[in-house]
Every structure is written in C-alpha cells, then in structure tokens.
Unconditional design. Structure first.
Lengths: 596, 146
C-alpha cells in the first residue's frame, strides 16, 4: 500500500509539475492576464505538491509546524487563482469577487493564527476540525464558482473551445472533491483515503492538462462534429461565385471550426476580400500581418494565418481559443484551398459569361450587319437589272453578237449576285426571325420537294424511307430539305444518281434523317468546311449552280432548333445526316412505318 | 381621259427613274401624272406647298419609300396621317425592306399597303402594274384635298 501511495504521489508530482511548466510557458508566449492567473494557479499547485513531498509528515518541530502553515496558506491561494483565471473569461459579480477575496484572506489569516499544525500522526483537535471546515468552505465556494464560470464560457463556442473549457471546469470540481475526501477521511485510515485522494488529484490534473494544452489527438477528436460544418462550408461554396459571397459563405465556418473570434480572407494585393466576426479595423490589421508574413504561415497566440493561391486566410482567436498548432495550420491551409477553388471557379464563370455575352453580341451584330449590307446591296442591283432590261429591249435589234454576249454575261453575273444576296439575307433571317413551329410530316415535305426537283432531273432516282413527324417550322423544313436534295442532285456528279432519304431513331429518342447520294462524295477534309458561308468545292460555272450558302443555311436551321447536321461516311457518295432532338420528335420513323 | 396624280417619294435616282417609267407604261385608261420627290423633307414640302412646290396640286396616291435621308418614310407617313386634311390620301409603302417590324410600323402609322420592291425588272414592272391596277381599277380613289 505504501508503494502504491508513493507511486501516486510521484505521478502527482510529475503531472502537476508539467502542468505548471506548460502554463508558465504559455503565459510567457501570450503575456496575457488569463495566462498569468493560469500560471499562478498551476504554479501554486505544483509548488505545494513538491513542498509537501519533501516535508516530513510526522515531524513535530516548530519549523515543521510553520512550514505546514505556509504550505496550507499557499494551497489556499490555489482556488483563488483558479477563480481569478476563470474570471478573466467572464467577469463574475462584484459580490462574488469580494466574497472570494474575504474568504481567502480569512482562511489564510486563520492558518497563521492557529497555535500549531501537527504532523499526520497527531489526533485532530476540535479547533483544527473547525479550521478544516473553514478551508473546505473557501475551496468549495471558489472551485464551484470557477467551474460554473468556465463551463458557461464554453457554451456557444466551437467544439474545441467548448470542450476545453469543460475540461477545466471538471478539473476544478474533481480537485475540490479530492480535498473534501481528504478532509473527511478518518484519521486512522492510513491507506485507502490518501490513495483515492491522490488518484483524484491526478485525474483532476489530467483534466486541467487536457483543458489547458489539449493534445493533438484530442483536438482532432473534438473537432469531429465540426467536420459537418466543413462539409456545409464546401456545399455553400458550390453555389456562390462572387468573391465577397465566397468569403461570406466560407469565413463563418472557418471561425466556428477554430473556435476563433473571426476570420478574414485577404486578396493578393493585401485588400480585405471578406471578413467575418471582426471589425473593419481588425480585419485590416490582420491583412497587414498577412502581407508582411508573405508566404510563411503565421502561428501566433490568437492569430493563425496561411498563404493561399489567391492571397491569405487568417483566423483571430479569443481567450477561449486553444493554442494554435501544426494541425490547425494544415486545417486552415485546407480551408484556404476550398476558398481558392471557389474563387477560381467564380472568376472562370465570370470570364466565361463575359465571353459568351460578347460572342452573342458579336453574332447579333454580324447578323444585323449581314442584313443591312445585303439589303443595301439589293438597291444598286435593282437599278442594274432594271437598266439592263431596258437596254436589251431598246437595242436588241441593233446589237452585234459580241455586244449581246457581253450583255448576257452582265445579266448572268447580276442574277448570280442577286441570288447571293437573297441567300445571305435568308441566312441572316434564320437567326433573327423567330419562327413558329407546327407538326409536320417529313414524308410529305420530302414528297413535295421531290415533286419540284423531278422535272429538272429526269435521270435521278429518289428513294424515300419512313420519316418522322416533327415539331418544326414548315417553311424551314421545306428550305432545309430543298437545299439538301438540291445539293445532292447538283453536286453528286452524275445524271443517273440515286438520292435516298431515310431515317432512324436513337435511344435518346432523337430522329436522325439522312440524305444520301451515290455520287462522287465529299472528301473527309472538306466535310466541316462545306457548311461554311460561300464554301464551294467546285468552280462556279453553269454546270454547278449554287451560291455556296445553301448548306450554311441548312446548318443554321438545324442548329437553331438544337439539332446537329454532319456528313457521315457513305461509300460511294455523300451522306448528310441531321439529328433532330427528341423534344421535336412527335412520332418516330419506326412507329410511322408500323402505322403504314 | 381622267388624270390621276401619283407622287413617288424615292431617294435613289435610278429607282425613281425606273419606277416612274414603269408607272408610265401601265395602261388603265387613265392618264398617270407621276411626280417624284427625292427625300422625306421634299415630300413634306410638296404636301405643304413650300418652296418650289407652292402651287403643287395634291396627289391622288403616294408611293413612299421608307429609307430616305433627312425625314424618313415612316415620319412622312405619320405626318400625313396625322393631318386631317391630308390623311385621306392613300399611301403605298414601296420599299426594299421586308422586315416584320417595318411592315407592322407602317400599318400602325396608317399606311394603306406595304409592298416590298421586287428585285427583278420584270417583277418590278409587274408589281407596279398590280399596284396601279388595284388603285385605278379595283379600289376607288378619293378625290385629293384641294
């Protein structure tokens, strides 16, 4: 039993010693009043433990008696120091403060007024018992007051700060319990009571220790509930794009996670991008520290600041905020990355939006331009053609063959120009003019187009498979397939061509309509090019008509309704395929087939 | 043979010539007196008998281009249709535009018809013949204000 007691006392000695050193070290770093009272509290406790360990418990000399008195007096300062430490977080009422001072001064004076303090072996007198009761009252009142203050201070704080304050509160209650137990233990109990008292002391010291300088693993565990906060922060960052909004979404979570007073997001130039929980002056001051620190993290009592890709992220602590350590730096760096990603996504979005708006504007301007230009070009053409007409009518008889040929060429060129202008106008109109859709049977449209084409192309065979029913502007549908079929018969390079129009439906419900011929085809390198304005694969002459706008018109019609047009492989010949989105398809080609 | 006065407001000299010539070649059993003005301001001078048009007779019909310098066709149209004395004169908008907004605005301001100029000479001639056919034979023209 004696060995166990010795072990407990040595353990007590070590743990209280470490606690005193840690609190002193912390005070030397922070130099604040709370730190001073903490250092005093644990310094007193460690001093008492060390001194009592060295003291002979059974010596009855005068010196030993006085030593005991001094020791008891110092011990009585412990709850007072603890009370003052707690009072630094939240000021108690003046009455409570006065009571603490009077009680402490009273019991300290009483200690020295006692006739004599005997060793452990001596029986307790009534006077001594009354004195012990007095001590208990002082200890209990002050310890409980300190515990209540500490506990309450932790409420509403982040998990780390809250748990830490509760550890300190529990420590002071347990130490008080140890004292009460020691005081009420029967004096003949030589083994169990001192052991339990000692163990309680150690446990309370452990609580004080974890509350005062929480070890890394505990901080991590305490922070676990806050990882939900972290996920919330991540989620709220997904939906914001403006830098200030990003700050507003991120910073409250940062502050909460660290149990700090507030936090600030500083941009690369050193301006405060956003802050939370801090006054404008505090935010600016923090930004200044960040800029001065540059690319090195700042780990100071009450301030943690890390560089990010777009500036800095800093947290300011309160008195309850535990000491910032390595893993806090890592955590803040991680949060900084969140912020960076959000900022970069935001700026990317803003740039993309600006580019899109610019492109749309440029497109609209271009269409207006094309319209005005082609419109203005029409006017001189009207004059040209009008006068040509009169010229031919008036001079027809007297013209030489050469002159007639020249007039014919002028006429043909003017007519070609008219076709170009009209096609350009048509192209610009597709984007500008909203057209209403109707339910159209593509089979009927193709029949009409083929009927128009057939007289001029007697040798061409038209084959038409089942075709879908679409929601499309009838005029545009007609224009689209007239251009495609015209293109097929005009450019396939043979008079006995076979032009096939057929359709399939893919899994998404889109209808794919193809116009294929068995002519010379379009070489792969030109397949994208042919949809450009004025793009032609052949020389312009009488055999190959067209303005080079027809396919551009087709693409624009198809893209305006959200579809796509492309040239698929088809050997021999060319195959133009159009994908009409599922939303436009009223009835697929296969169901039509079944209906027929 | 009764004579019908047609005023053509057209800034393009060639178009004015071609329009006038095409109009004169129509034959409806009436004598068409075609007068041309080269912009909106001149058209208004003609109607309000200002400057060289002090003694100009009021036309039976106005063929009005939209895109003209100084005062454009729509403004001329609005002025005429707002004037109690002049508003009975039918106005045919004859323009190269076919923009829906121009069509809408022309009728809104009281235009009596809107015709897009055909590009081909034949079309132009036929179009003008159709216009005069309508106003000289199908529809009844009011007597112009004195």
């Amino acid at each position: 039993m004696a060995t166990a007691q010795l072990v407990v006392r040595i353990a007590e000695l070590i743990i209280f010693g470490v606690l005193a050193v840690a609190s002193l070290q912390r005070w030397s770093q922070r130099r604040d009043r709370a730190g001073l009272w903490a250092a005093a509290t644990f310094g007193v406790l460690a001093g008492v433990v060390v001194w009592s360990f060295l003291l002979d418990p059974n010596s009855e000399s005068d010196v030993a008696s006085w030593e005991r008195k001094v020791l008891v007096a110092i011990l009585l300062l412990f709850p007072y120091c603890l009370f003052r430490y707690a009072a630094e977080f939240s000021s108690p009422s003046p009455r409570l403060r006065r009571l603490a001072e009077v009680l402490t001064a009273g019991v300290v004076a009483w200690t020295f007024l006692l006739p004599r303090l005997h060793g452990q072996e001596a029986p307790r007198t009534t006077g001594l018992n009354i004195f012990v009761a007095g001590i208990l009252v002082q200890w209990t009142v002050l310890s409980v007051a300190a515990a209540v203050i500490l506990w309450r201070t932790g409420e509403g704080q982040a998990s780390v700060a809250r748990k830490r304050m509760r550890m300190l509160a529990l420590g002071s209650v347990l130490l008080n319990l140890a004292l009460i137990l020691g005081a009420f233990a029967p004096s003949d109990d030589k083994a169990a009571a001192p052991l339990v008292t000692g163990l309680l002391g150690i446990v309370s010291a452990a609580f004080f220790f974890t509350g005062f300088v929480p070890p890394r693993f505990l901080r991590v565990i305490w922070r676990t509930p806050d990882s939900q906060t972290l996920r919330d922060a991540e989620m709220s960052l997904m939906s914001v794009l403006d830098p200030a909004e990003i700050g507003n979404a991120l910073l409250p979570h940062v502050t909460r996670l660290f149990g700090g007073k507030g936090s600030v997001l500083v941009e690369r130039q050193g301006d405060v991008l956003a802050s939370s929980g801090l006054s404008a002056a505090e935010a600016r001051a923090t930004a200044l520290v960040a800029v001065q620190a540059g690319s090195t993290p700042v780990v100071e009592p009450g301030l943690l600041c890390v560089p990010t890709r777009n500036g800095w992220l800093a947290v300011r602590g309160t008195m309850q905020t535990p000491f910032f350590g390595r893993e806090e730096v890592d955590l803040l760096v991680g949060l900084g990355v969140f912020g960076d990603l959000a900022l970069e996504r935001g700026s990317l979005f803003v740039r993309e939006r600006a580019a899109r708006v610019a492109a749309e504007r440029a497109n609209a301007e271009l269409e207006t331009f094309v319209y005005s230009v082609s419109h203005d070009l029409k006017s001189p053409l009207v004059s040209l053609l009008g006068f040509l007409d009169y010229l031919k009518a008036d001079l027809d008889e007297g013209l030489s063959d050469d002159a007639r040929f020249f007039l014919e060429r002028i006429s043909a060129a003017s007519l070609y120009m008219r076709a170009l202008i009209q096609d350009l106008l048509e192209l610009s109109r597709i984007g500008r003019v909203q057209t209403e859709t109707a339910v159209i049977d593509l089979g009927v449209v193709i029949e009409e187009v083929v009927a128009e084409l057939r007289p001029g192309h007697a040798g061409v065979t038209f084959v038409c498979g089942p075709l879908p029913v679409l929601d499309l502007n009838p005029l545009r549908a007609r224009q689209l397939f007239t251009n495609l079929l015209n293109n097929a018969v005009a450019h396939c390079g043979r008079d006995d061509a076979t032009v096939t129009v057929e359709s399939t439906q893919d899994q998404s419900g889109s209808a794919i309509v193809s116009v294929a011929d068995n002519g010379k085809g379009i070489p792969a390198p030109y397949r994208d090019k042919v949809f450009g304005v004025f793009e032609r694969l052949e020389r312009q002459d009488a055999d190959t008509p067209g303005t080079g706008i027809g396919l551009a018109v087709c693409r624009k019609i198809v893209e305006t309704v959200g579809g796509e047009i492309f040239i698929a492989d088809n050997s021999p010949g060319a195959r133009f395929s159009i994908r009409f989105p599922a939303a436009m398809v009223r009835r697929g080609p296969s169901s039509l087939e079944a209906a027929r | 043979m009764r004579s019908v006065r047609v005023l053509v407001a057209e800034d393009n000299e060639d178009h004015l010539f071609l329009t006038t010539r095409a109009l004169e070649q129509t034959n409806h059993g009436v004598r068409l007196e075609v007068q041309g003005v080269r912009d909106g301001a001149e058209a208004l001078d003609y109607f309000y008998r200002r400057g060289k048009y002090t003694n100009a007779p009021r036309p039976h019909l106005l063929l009005l281009d939209l895109k003209m310098p100084k005062v454009n066709g729509l403004e001329v149209l609005e002025r005429i249709k707002a004037d109690p004395e002049l508003r009975s004169i039918p106005v045919v908008i004859l323009t190269s535009s076919d923009r829906p907004e121009d069509i809408e605005e022309s009728y809104r301001r009281g235009g009596n018809s809107f015709v897009t100029k055909p590009v081909s000479p034949t079309g132009m001639r036929e179009g003008l013949r159709d216009i005069t056919d309508y106003w000289m034979q199908v529809a009844a023209l009011p007597e112009p204000p004195s």
